[in-house]
Write a protein that binds this ligand. Structure first.
Ligand code: 3HC
Length: 311
């Protein structure tokens, strides 16, 4: 016989209502939210590195300012999401430590190198474009703090995607060398961006329960398909070729069929053997260590303030 608390939780989910931090929730619901939200936050923080790599080499002051704003946005998204995860009772320090120790997951996509300026365009258009496809449904996640955090994050993601599209459009209207640079970046970032949506539905151990709890609204493959369908006309507008010989419109389904992705590569990257995993974690560790004095000073200040308030 379900307890009153279990009944109330089930009623909230059945009514597609929000679950708030004060509400009782099954341990599994809490656990999978901490898992997903903390990994999402880690992705935003690590995701700053590939683009930060090009801030000092941006081709104009305007491009430098836009890229700085985008990287700063990603930091804010990470802090938003750590705050949302903390409402589930997980200390921020614990999440930070898991990332620094290399035991926490973050999105595979950020383990690829950014080789030219055109990568800034490909990341904005493809990676942030994929993020929007994945994150807009998360605005309706059943867990209140997560869904609400995603609303602001998605508004900023659309700026990220548009500035990336514009970088590629400028290059595709440039010299032959600039066109080739843009096409090379799209060739390298297309497949890894499709893998951002997670493994195929048949290999997704978390999806079914996450969808039953209204955390996830659509399956990995459904969102991946939505992204590909969105990409094709945009690639035509840019004049770039998506590097997928099997990409073709399917009259029966009304969607674009796309080629088989390299899931061995995906699992290699998740196992820490991607092109940049070691570099990304080493950079994060150094930033964490270099920032220790700031955290200590803030904590000391907070203690003295708390003492003063007692006086
Ligand atoms: N990179 C790393 N790990 C991945 C992954 C990816 N692209 N896709 C799946 N995984 C992991 C999952 O975390 C899970 O491992 P775990 O059980 O140890 O956590 C395992 O692979 C199986 O995957 P599932 O499909 O069962 O897992 P989920 O149901 O959690 O689905 C997800 C994966 C679609 C990424 C989902 O977690 C999600 O929607 N997360 C929120 C969005 C997010 O994290 N996006 C990451 C990019 S952040 C970003 O794009 C920032 C932007 O500014 C660019």
């Amino acid at each position: 016989m379900p307890t009153l608390e279990e009944q109330r939780f089930d009623e909230l989910i059945a009514a597609d209502a929000r679950v708030e931090p004060r509400d009782w929730m099954p341990e599994g619901y809490r656990k999978t939210l901490v898992r997903q939200i903390s990994q999402h936050a880690h992705s935003e923080i690590i995701g700053m590195q590939p683009e930060a790599n090009w801030i000092s080499r941006a081709p104009s002051l305007k491009r430098k300012a836009i890229l700085m704003a985008k990287v700063q946005d990603e930091a804010g998204h990470g802090l938003y999401l750590y705050s949302a995860a903390q409402t589930l009772g997980t200390p921020r320090d614990e999440m930070f430590q898991a990332l620094v120790d290399g035991t926490a997951k973050y999105s595979s996509i950020f383990n690829y190198p950014t080789l030219t300026w055109a990568d800034m365009g490909a990341i904005g258009w493809l990676v942030d474009g994929a993020a929007i496809c994945n994150q807009v449904p998360l605005c309706r996640a059943s867990y209140g703090p997560y869904g609400r955090a995603m609303v602001r994050i998605c508004k900023e993601e659309s700026f990220h995607q548009r500035q990336g599209f514009e970088i590629l459009l400028e290059l595709m209207n440039g010299t032959d060398a600039q066109k080739a640079m843009a096409q090379d970046a799209v060739d390298r970032w297309y497949a890894p961006s499709l893998m951002m949506f997670g493994p195929p539905d048949g290999d997704s151990p978390n999806s079914q329960q996450s969808m039953a709890w209204n955390i996830k609204r659509f399956s990995n493959d459904d969102l991946r398909q939505r992204f590909v369908d969105m990409l094709v006309p945009q690639a035509e507008a840019l004049g770039v070729t998506l590097p997928d010989p099997d990409l073709r419109f399917n009259e029966q389904t009304g969607h674009y069929d796309y080629g088989q992705l390299d899931w061995d590569e995906f699992h290699e990257v998740l196992a820490g053997r991607g092109p940049c995993n070691g570099q990304r974690l080493a950079h994060r560790r150094k930033a964490f260590e270099d920032g220790a004095w700031v955290r200590e000073a803030a904590a000391a200040y907070a203690r003295t303030q708390a003492q003063l308030e007692k006086v």
